[in-house]
Design a protein around this ligand. Structure first.
Ligand SMILES: [Zn+2]
Length: 249
């Protein structure tokens, strides 16, 4: 079975897919400041890498996989003061995700799974709300939420610590996927910022500045490597595969 890119197919090709053996994957990212060294599109790059890795694994198991174009606009209140961040309404994200799943379901593709890389609480809540709304309509929307312990414990120590924005974890993936977009000279000079965003959110902080990230990064960016990035993408692909398989009848 094959991995298909929706945007490259004709409508007749989609119509002719074996709908019951087809899974749609929706990468979910953001346009958001990621320190002075990583591109604004970092979360889209990571989400697309996760979706591709999951797609390969699912197609090896006999499924046709439809890779959807990424959700790029998202609520991003934590980064909203930084230039280039596009902070859009959470309700728009929820409505869009449900409508995407509904459109696919109308044509027989009954399972849509999200590969989310944008962990701002406003976005995670918007995606959780989409799962609930989809369930009300009888739609199957799969969301392996990486902020949940079950999945987080499969990721790196830095990710679990909550210092998980534009640090070693995200920098490693972008080094593996799009090294041309990393400002390595800047990255090498960045001092560690081990403050936890999870703790900051618990305290009620609502922006990166309040959480102690004046340059829109946390963690250990100078320690990022492409090898680690490739290993993380493999883990993300496994997580997505597992979540989809659990949801299938
Ligand atoms: Zn990110």
């Amino acid at each position: 079975m094959a991995v298909h890119t929706l945007m490259s197919l004709t409508w007749t090709a989609v119509r002719d897919l074996p709908a019951r053996r087809t899974v749609a994957l929706l990468p979910a990212g953001a346009v958001e400041a990621h320190g002075p060294h990583l591109p604004l599109g970092t979360d889209v790059i990571i989400a697309e890498a996760m979706a591709r890795a999951g797609a390969q694994r699912l197609s090896a198991r006999g499924y046709d996989v439809l890779l959807l174009p990424a959700l790029t606009f998202a609520p991003a209140p934590f980064a909203s003061a930084f230039a280039g961040t596009l902070h859009t309404p959470a309700e728009a994200t929820t409505m869009t995700v449900v409508a995407v799943a509904r459109s696919l379901s109308t044509n027989g593709i009954g399972v849509t799974a999200m590969a989310n890389a944008h962990h701002d609480p406003a976005n995670v809540q918007a995606l959780r709300a989409a799962v609930d709304a989809a369930a009300h309509e009888g739609l199957k929307l799969v969301f392996p939420d990486l902020t949940r312990r079950r999945w987080a414990e499969r990721l790196t120590e830095e990710f679990r610590s909550g210092a998980c924005h534009a640090g070693r974890y995200e920098g490693s993936i972008v080094l593996a996927e799009r090294p041309d977009l990393v400002r390595r000279d800047v990255m090498a000079t960045l001092t560690a910022n081990p403050r936890s965003l999870v703790d900051a959110i618990r305290r009620g902080d609502a922006t990166f500045e309040a959480a102690g990230g004046a340059d829109a990064y946390f963690g250990f960016p100078a320690d990022a490597t492409a090898d680690e990035g490739r290993a993380i993408v493999e883990s993300l692909g496994r997580i997505l595969e597992e979540a989809v398989l659990e949801a299938l009848p």
